[in-house]
Write a protein that binds this ligand. Structure first.
Ligand SMILES: Cc1ncc(COP(=O)(O)O)c(C=O)c1O
Length: 279
């Protein structure tokens, strides 16, 4: 059963629980994580929680829960839902206080939802995704998984309006990441992804893919590439908790790799599935 959680209490998803002065609602003043459970087991839970605490510290959220407290809370929520394939969304905000920009002296709010994880449409998974490129109009601290997603939302909607799945963001001619994913290209047998910096989110799926690449001995580099290099890549794929590893077969209407998912991308996805089956 899909369910929600707010500050110590499990609730049904349609219950009205948020006071109007909740700062997540008023300011987007908070951070979040999305964790995928496969067959009742979380995928890279501690890595997600470490990133959560890093995001919380970066915006000076006074969290008192430890990593282990969050771990137990998330495991309890998933277990309570009895959904073996689910996504747990966890959000921490600066709490509930009369609207004022300054930090209030109140406890943070912790909310969660547990929802069934539906696999991507089969055709998308098998045939690959069409994407657009879009100006990266976000702020300078994209390593923080902040609730403030307005530029990401506008970019994703622009992609959708163009009949595409994702918008790949470009800043000063350099590819950063997708609106809700990280980006990889393959050129002459080498897999390339932008290095970690404040311009991108340190994706957990990105981390898993890099581990798989290292284990497999595939040539690999973390370096910036331009929009032109993206368009001329042999293969392109995006990664995220919900999309896993998804081949990109067209960008701005031009085919990539002849319009078919690339061989290296397919091999990495297979290894990713093997990892999941071993959870
Ligand atoms: C901007 C952005 N980059 C990258 C990612 C991928 O991160 P992860 O693999 O941890 O889901 C996301 C996920 O939502 C995202 O929003």
């Amino acid at each position: 059963m899909e369910l929600g959680y707010i500050n110590g209490k499990f609730v049904s998803l349609d219950e009205n629980v948020l006071p109007i002065d909740e700062r997540g609602h008023q300011f987007g003043d908070g951070v979040y994580e999305v964790i995928r459970f496969y067959n009742g087991k979380p995928f890279m839970l501690m890595e997600h929680l470490e990133r959560l605490v890093k995001s919380a510290n970066a915006i000076r959220l006074p969290i008192t829960d430890t990593l282990d407290d969050f771990r137990k809370l998330i495991l309890t929520a998933a277990e309570k839902s009895q959904l073996s394939e689910c996504n747990v969304y966890l959000q921490i905000t600066r709490g509930i206080a009369t609207r004022n920009h300054l930090f209030p002296d109140v406890p943070v709010s912790i909310t969660m939802t547990v929802r069934e994880a539906k696999p991507l449409v089969r055709e998308l998974r098998e045939k690959g995704a069409a994407v657009i490129t879009h100006p990266d109009e976000r702020w300078v601290n994209c390593y923080i998984k902040s609730l403030n997603l307005l530029p990401n939302i506008l970019a994703k909607q622009a992609a959708h309006d163009a009949g595409c799945f994702e918008a790949i963001l470009v800043r000063d001619g350099i590819v950063t990441e997708g609106s809700s994913s990280n980006v990889f290209i393959v050129k002459d047998g080498t897999v390339i992804t932008p290095p970690l910096s404040k311009r991108i989110l340190a994706g957990i799926t990105r981390m898993a893919v890099i581990e798989i690449i290292r284990e497999s001995g595939v040539p690999y580099a973390e370096k910036d590439f331009s929009e032109t290099e993206l368009l001329n890549a042999d293969e392109v794929f995006i990664t995220s908790t919900t999309a896993e590893i998804l081949p990109v077969v067209s960008i701005n209407g031009s085919k990539i790799g002849g319009g078919l998912p690339g061989e290296i991308t397919k091999r990495l996805y297979q290894k990713f599935q093997e990892r999941i089956s071993k959870l």
